[in-house]
Design a protein around this ligand. Structure first.
Ligand code: NAP
Length: 248
């Protein structure tokens, strides 16, 4: 039996990087997928990759900053597949700026996507999952646990996602919902967010004791575990996948 048989996964930011790799990996393991992102064109290669292997998938346009689009995205998933029982909040941006240089506009821009977007995702996941249960997976970061001087708002948002996850997990448990909520904390992963400048990638690789940078599939495999019933005893927890970055 495949590991995600009977799962319907809605993934934000699923046209790129970690979200895209997770969508493809989840589909390989039998999940039906709702690919959510702003740009349908960009999502088409992920949709096609899943269809090419016989997977079931739809695209739903979702700007995570807009709560009404969350409602529509869940409606699209439920009307196509009957229910949603896995939600992965992967959409994110990384705006640079330290606490002195960052404008309030940039601060709000960052937090409106990473933090507000995750809040809406968790809130509407609860509405959809509370009857039958399921798993919510939030993308935080190593920078939700330690600071980075040049990413003030990114660190603030990712730290908040880490603890929003715990609050939501406790609420689920106390409400008797069979909903698990966990966060993933990747080290630097080679995706469009990090870019492809070879000098910069080499510099970043050296920050990780394991000696190389992660790839999107490394995070997708952790997300797969959290989406599956193999992780049934895990909730309110933080899963670090960082090549040893935080062990230092
Ligand atoms: P990515 O390749 O840039 O993918 C992020 C996706 O989110 C993109 O498709 C992006 O679209 C989309 N997005 C941006 N704003 C959105 C919005 N308002 N509504 C819906 N979608 C939106 O980045 P990634 O590396 O896969 O990152 C995925 C998650 O992992 C993020 O939360 C990130 O912070 C986290 N993370 C990444 C790393 C890393 O090193 N890569 C490390 C730790 C944590 P556009 O391309 O059009 O902006």
């Amino acid at each position: 039996m495949k590991r995600l048989e009977g799962k319907v996964a809605l993934i934000s930011g699923a046209s790129s990087g970690i979200g895209a790799a997770s969508a493809i990996r989840f589909a390989e393991e039998g999940a039906k997928i709702v690919i959510c992102d702003i740009d349908e064109m960009k999502a088409s290669s992920v949709v096609q990759a899943i269809q090419a292997t016989g997977g079931e998938v739809i695209f739903a346009r979702l700007d995570v900053r807009d709560e009404s689009q969350w409602i529509s995205a869940f409606q699209a998933g439920v009307s196509k597949f009957g229910f949603v029982n896995v939600v992965m909040n992967s959409a994110g941006i990384a705006v640079t700026g330290n606490v002195e240089t960052m404008s309030f506009d940039d601060w709000n821009k960052e937090l409106s996507v990473n933090l507000n977007g995750t809040f809406f995702g968790v809130k509407h996941a609860f509405k959809n999952l509370r009857k039958k249960g399921g798993s919510i997976i939030n993308l935080s970061s190593i920078e939700g646990i330690v600071g980075h001087p040049e990413y003030a708002a990114y660190c603030a948002g990712k730290g908040a996602i880490r603890n929003l996850t715990k609050s939501a997990a406790l609420h689920a448990g106390r409400s008797g919902y069979k909903i698990r909520v966990n966060s993933i904390h990747p080290g630097y992963i080679v995706t469009p967010m990090v870019g492809n400048d070879p000098v910069e990638l080499e510099r970043l690789a050296k920050l990780h004791p394991i000696g190389f940078l992660g790839e999107a599939i490394d995070i997708a495999n952790m997300a797969l575990f959290l989406a599956s019933d193999e992780s049934r005893f895990a909730t309110g927890a933080e899963f670090v996948v960082d090549g040893g970055f935080l062990a230092q």
